[in-house]
Design a protein around this ligand. Structure first.
Ligand SMILES: C[S@@+](CC[C@H](N)C(=O)[O-])C[C@H]1O[C@@H](n2cnc3c(N)ncnc32)[C@H](O)[C@@H]1O
Length: 282
């Protein structure tokens, strides 16, 4: 038991573990069920999801189970791995609905997955590889576990980042406090994974889709105010508070007469399959 917790502590030094975001993650990273259904539609179309009776899925860096829960609810068996016990706790508590018993949470490091080789039908990492120094090992591990070497990486998110308020927050911190967004420690962009895997002979299909949802303007300010994003992790508290005051004072870029904003929810993922399967992919 002691040896295991030492391993987890060591792993945490090379990864950004999300314990501190566990309380706010579900709220701040929420996407609609429509977007998750759209994601499943694309996965089926790409031949990544077989029958619910026989398919086992591996969600590496599953967090609060935001994505895996949608798969479990329609009957898939999902193993969710994360290094944050707090995130996994939320994943279990939130997974109280239909088929809850088909979700298997595991506290483990993504760079050494405690999963048998060739035992999984489909593996994915969503918003994970920028948080892990040895991200290539995570990709290799996911592929080792996957029977057919099918793997997905990318993002499923509400696009607050292109809103003026988001841009103004960082512009203010950079110019007034010389504070930049805290850097990724793994990949800096998802295209790094594309290069890595195409060099290894993988083919890929990029899936981009989006819908529009309404969101309360006040919520976006709250999310920033709570410092609930890893890009804010090194921002000194006084600089952050100063930037928030600036946003409140100058809220003309999110006018008061527009309490509800239209926000894009986006899917931007790459599905990788071995080159020899090329002909089967559209
Ligand atoms: C941004 S969250 C994404 C969670 C989930 N995939 C989603 O899209 O909602 C990244 C997750 O990766 C986990 N993580 C970071 N490093 C890890 C590692 N080495 N092994 C397993 N999980 C890790 C964090 O604890 C966090 O829960």
């Amino acid at each position: 038991m002691k040896a295991n917790s030492r391993k987890i502590n060591d792993a945490s030094k090379n990864s950004i573990v999300f314990d501190r975001y566990a309380d706010c993650y579900e709220e701040t990273r929420r996407v609609s069920t429509s977007l998750l259904s759209l994601l499943m539609f694309h996965l089926k179309e790409q031949g990544m999801l077989g029958s619910q009776m026989t398919t086992t899925i591996l969600d590496v860096g599953c967090g609060t189970g935001r994505i895996s829960r949608a798969l479990v609810q329609v009957g898939y068996r999902v193993i969710g791995i994360d290094l944050s016990m707090k995130m996994l706790d939320v994943s279990v508590n939130k997974n109280a609905g239909k088929n809850y018993w088909k979700f298997h949470p595991l506290l483990a490091d993504a760079i050494k997955l405690p999963i048998l080789s060739d035992s999984i039908d489909f593996c994915y990492t969503i918003h994970v590889l920028h948080l892990i120094k040895k991200w290539q090992t995570v990709v290799d591990e996911a592929l080792r576990c996957s029977k057919k070497k099918h793997y997905m990486n990318g993002g499923v998110f509400r696009d607050y980042y292109s809103l003026p308020i988001w841009k103004e927050y960082w512009k203010y911190l950079i110019t007034e406090h010389q504070v930049k967004p805290s850097p990724a420690i793994g990949i800096s962009k998802n295209e790094d994974v594309v290069t890595y895997l195409t060099n290894k002979g993988f083919k890929y299909q990029r899936i981009k889709d989006q819908i529009t949802v309404n969101i309360k303007r006040r919520q976006i300010i709250d999310y920033l105010a709570r410092m609930s994003y890893s890009s804010q992790r090194n921002v000194p508290r006084d600089a952050h508070q100063d930037a928030m005051k600036f946003l409140e004072k100058n809220d003309y870029f999110l006018p008061k007469n527009a309490p509800i904003l239209k926000i894009k929810e986006k899917i931007d993922v790459w599905i990788f399959t071995p080159e020899e399967e090329k002909s089967k992919i559209k």
